[in-house]
Design a binder for this molecule. Structure first.
Ligand code: ADP
Length: 179
């Protein structure tokens, strides 16, 4: 049983000093806008080089190199974080394309990858709630529920932070976490 209480911060995830920050990447792993762009800018070109290499190794994966719901770990380079866990959220279509299962899988696989790599602290952005259009209230509820459930399988994790960049997400998480 892991007794870690998720923390909440408002701001820029690239400034955090944690073992891993999670990136809301796209399935090419080659960078994009939003939080992905911010992470690549802060980490420097070495991060993109490692992502290109990982994408090449994973080029045969259907829907890949990193399909929605999956996660890949790289170094953190110029970030304060030692690692970046790149996970790909679902695009919200709202017509039952399995978006909740895929979004839950992002949080779950990222946590399991952190545990596998013996990491002790991790920070998440609000995956899929930017350009990918997932309704923020539903995404937040699912993120909190999934993280709480999965923490039972990650005894090595000592710190988990939800980082909210916008006011609406911050308010939603504050309520959900009872803060
Ligand atoms: P997606 O394509 O998964 O929707 P986005 O990057 O467009 O990814 O948005 C995901 C979330 O990340 C949004 O809630 C957005 O406000 C937030 N975000 C954008 N920049 C940053 C940042 N520097 N730090 C933390 N969160 C960020």
């Amino acid at each position: 049983m892991n007794m870690v209480k998720p923390e909440l911060l408002r701001g820029d995830i690239t400034s955090l000093e944690v073992d891993a920050i999670v990136n809301a990447a796209n399935s090419s792993l080659l960078g994009g806008g939003g939080v992905d762009g911010a992470i690549h800018r802060a980490a420097g070109p070495e991060l993109l080089a490692e992502c290109v290499k990982a994408a090449g190794e994973r080029r045969h994966i259907p829907g890949g190199p990193c399909p929605a719901g999956d996660a890949v770990i790289t170094g953190g380079y110029r970030l304060k974080a030692k690692y970046v866990i790149h996970t790909v959220g679902p695009v919200w279509y709202g017509v039952g394309r399995g978006e909740p299962e895929l979004l839950a899988s992002c949080y779950r696989k990222s946590l399991l990858l952190a545990e596998k790599n013996k990491l002790r602290s991790i920070a998440f952005p609000n995956i899929s709630t930017g350009v990918y259009g997932y309704p923020k209230d539903r995404a937040a509820a699912l993120a909190v529920e999934t993280v709480k459930k999965t923490l039972e399988e990650t005894p090595g994790l000592e710190r988990l932070v939800f980082v909210c960049f916008d006011d609406e997400n911050f308010r939603l998480y504050r309520e959900l976490l009872g803060l």
